[in-house]
Write a protein that binds this ligand. Structure first.
Ligand code: ZN
Ligand code: ZN
Ligand code: FE
Length: 756
């Protein structure tokens, strides 16, 4: 018999802590009748198993194929060793503090087992804080490491005997589930409705259902902050919500009852479905099929949908007669999402008819994440709940590098070992509250992960508040050009370090010649870049003002190409701008180069086309005009406009034809398609030139403009046969990805310095 006994030691590295990995291994070992032990170490999880060799192989196969859903195995090492003749399988008690849990898992949507338990377990009937080792809050409740109940915001809640026995039972799904709780010992909700305070889950659900059915708005505390909720089919309620938030036209997210409802309202591909139902539960931007209240997403062809992720959401939909509710972040325009109960009462007093709160604190503020899918790949627009603080793994050390990011849709990063830890979505730093949130989160994350910054990387733009912050730290500062950082971020994600064709299109970033860049073709690696070519400069009358009043850019383009003659053209746009009192001043300013910075930005090019075609004269929120232009594309059109590629890329010929198309009453969706198609051709042509001259076939597509699905899809299709095409999947291609690129460039400089 003894010659059949095999002993094997298996070391696993990856995200294997705080996600129920050891109990999972324990149960699996029992299933395959193996003896031995499993243990947590700083390096990961180590398992020793004894038994039949085939059983060991099956055990390992299942372990790798089907691990707990929030875990990720990066590497498996195994070696045979001499038998210890174990009599059982055990989870080794952590003896030293060094092998306690030091990883922080993102928050995990409530699992199906817990939803079932909510209906069957006497102590958790309709209990809205139910969780287990496979699900529940993680990052939002942690205060410091190691991850233990005492270091989370569950600390004030003492476990009852039943919960404790579950927490201590190895075979239980709640074994070492730090936030374990029940009706008798855990947190609870309170609904503040006028002068009334409603308690008791059933009463609360009833009142919430009543308020929503009657067109009311409820401020509801989620995992990482407060949300504002109302019936998504009620025009009046949604309109009221829009007014209350002072939010111009920015689309609201909608939470739907289930996948069937999502499919009813939107087209859902298999990959989109996978993301909708994933434990991360992001908002997925989908092609809308049926109407909800118009004010949810005016002028958009896409709809942001998500499925319930907290137990309360599930209870709510059981009670609610509705299938879809608006669930938008609880804040006023650019301010951070509210997390504090007291502040909630102040902020939402006038915005909402009722406030639903609970008595557990939110330690880390996180917004909902937003993703979309092109070519079956996930593209992240906002990386927060469910994604943060999962690291981006790099192949070189970045320890102690703090990268402060850009300014709009801000996010920063800290380096730990070879991991880049990207912060949650911070927001627009120009808002003072958001700026305070940024500074506070830097020290919070550095404390949490015990990172001591030794160097800070930031944008070249001296006026970015993130640059100001970097310069205030008395640490060595490395300035990284904005578009180089965009390209480097994508390179970091794919662990590339060789020279690439970097195509970076965005709204704006300071260039090394002092102008505003944003339609860039860079020949780059992590240490440096050469600007191969770029879009022609357009004067931006009024500077930053032009990014908002996009008609100014439209005027500048027409004036640059047609001279004063453009005012005689019979275009709806021209008729409208002729009425503008500022027009003469603007033309004068362009002539005299007064407060008209030059920009090669692709974002501004979209603005100009959207303005001239009379689609949109304003960006009431970031990239509104480009989004509207994309939304109307007639995708049956394959034609393009002419353009010239010399030292720079000139669109003069394109604008001339757009003007004549408008005069000839060519439908605007056709014009928009021809414009988009032209951009794809520009990329294809320049990429081919670069391939020939620079001798590389690796293309990086980055920058916020590639959130344009039509552009990204067509570009990838056009390039895929002759190039290796990379576009960001794990980090946003917008400015929220900049910090990772800054970190990669800084690491390259530091590591080179260290080795020389
Ligand atoms: Zn669960
Ligand atoms: Zn309990
Ligand atoms: Fe940018």
């Amino acid at each position: 018999m003894q010659d059949l006994l095999h002993t094997r030691q298996i070391s696993l590295k990856g995200l294997v802590q705080g996600v129920g990995f050891r109990p999972f291994v324990y149960r699996l070992a029992h299933k395959y009748d193996l003896k031995g032990w499993v243990n947590n170490t700083n390096e990961g999880v180590v398992i020793q198993v004894e038994g039949n060799e085939m059983q060991i192989d099956s055990f390992l196969e299942e372990l790798v194929r089907n691990p707990p859903k929030a875990s990720a195995i990066y590497s498996v090492h195994q070696n045979d060793c001499s038998p210890d003749y174990f009599t059982d399988f055990s989870i080794l008690k952590s003896r030293t503090t060094s092998d306690r849990i030091t990883q922080v898992s993102p928050d995990i949507a409530v699992c199906d087992d817990c939803i079932r338990d909510m209906k069957t377990q006497a102590h958790r009937l309709a209990y809205p804080f139910i969780n287990c080792t496979h699900c529940g809050p993680r990052f939002t409740i942690i205060r410091k490491l190691p991850y233990d109940r005492q270091t989370t915001t569950m600390e004030p809640f003492a476990m009852c005997d039943v919960c404790r026995s579950e927490y201590e039972a190895v075979h239980d799904r709640r074994f070492h589930a730090q936030p374990v709780a029940c009706t008798f010992c855990g947190p609870e909700y309170t609904l503040i409705h006028g002068k009334e305070r409603v308690t008791g889950i059933y009463q609360i659900l009833e009142t919430c259902a009543e308020i929503t059915a009657n067109g009311g708005i409820i401020a509801i505390k989620g995992l990482g902050g407060f949300y504002l909720m109302c019936n998504a089919a009620d025009e009046f309620a949604v309109g009221k919500l829009r007014n209350a938030k002072h939010r111009d036209g920015k689309p609201f997210a909608v939470m739907v009852r289930d996948l069937e409802t999502a499919v009813y309202y939107a087209a859902v591909t298999p990959r989109e479905e996978e993301l909708l139902v994933s434990w991360r539960r992001p908002i997925v931007l989908l092609k809308q099929r049926r109407a909800l209240a118009k004010e949810i997403n005016p002028g958009c062809s896409t709809l942001g949908l998500m499925l319930p992720y907290m137990p309360f959401h599930h209870l709510m939909f059981e009670k609610l007669a509705l299938n879809a509710v608006v669930m938008t972040s609880g804040n006023r325009s650019d301010e951070p999402i509210v997390i504090d109960n007291r502040q909630a009462q102040e902020t939402f007093r006038d915005m909402a008819d009722a406030i639903l709160t609970y008595n557990r604190e939110i330690s880390n503020r996180v917004d909902d994440s937003v993703v979309f899918v092109v070519h079956e790949k996930q593209r992240i627009v906002r990386r927060s709940r469910g994604y943060v603080p999962e690291p981006i793994r790099l192949s070189y050390p970045v320890e102690g590098i703090l990268a402060t990011g850009a300014e709009l849709s801000h996010c920063f990063a800290i380096g730990k070992g070879k991991d880049a830890l990207l912060s949650q979505h911070i927001g627009d730093l120009k808002d003072p509250e958001t700026h305070a949130f940024f500074q506070e989160t830097v020290s919070r994350l550095c404390d949490l992960f015990q990172v001591h910054p030794v160097c800070v990387a930031c944008d070249m733009h001296p006026d970015y508040l993130s640059t100001g912050f970097a310069n205030s730290l008395s640490l060595p500062v490395i300035n990284v050009q904005h578009h180089h950082a965009h390209i480097a971020a994508c390179m970091a994600e794919y662990q590339l370090n060789e020279p690439v064709i970097g195509i970076c299109w965005d709204g704006s970033g300071l260039g090394s010649d002092g102008h505003i860049w944003g339609g860039e073709f860079l020949y780059a690696d992590l240490s440096s870049f050469k600007r191969f070519t770029h879009f022609d400069y357009i004067p931006l009358p009024g500077g930053d003002k032009a990014a908002r009043e996009t008609w100014r850019t439209g005027v500048a383009c027409l004036y640059q190409i047609l001279g004063r003659d453009f005012l005689k053209r019979d275009l709806p746009f021209v008729l409208k701008v002729r009425e503008k009192p500022e027009l003469d001043l603007i033309l004068h300013a362009i002539d005299r180069k007064l407060n008209t910075p030059l920009s090669s930005s692709a974002g501004r090019l979209f603005d100009a086309v959207a303005a001239i075609t009379d689609i949109s004269h304003f960006n009431s929120f970031h990239a509104e005009a480009p989004m509207k232009l994309e939304a109307i594309v007639d995708d049956r059109v394959e034609k393009t406009y002419p353009f010239t590629i010399g030292n720079t890329v000139s669109f003069a010929a394109m604008f001339r034809e757009i003007v004549s198309d408008i005069q000839n009453r060519v439908p605007v969706p056709v014009i928009s398609a021809k414009f988009h198609n032209s951009l794809v051709s520009v990329i294809f042509t320049v990429a081919n030139n670069m391939k020939e001259q620079c001798n590389t076939g690796k293309v990086i597509l980055s920058g916020g403009v590639f959130q344009n699905r039509y552009l990204l899809e067509k570009t990838e299709e056009r390039l895929k046969n002759s190039f290796d095409v990379y576009s960001p999947e794990q980090v946003p291609c917008n400015d929220a990805g900049i910090a990772l690129g800054q970190m990669a460039v800084a690491a390259q400089q530091l590591n080179r310095k260290n080795s020389s």
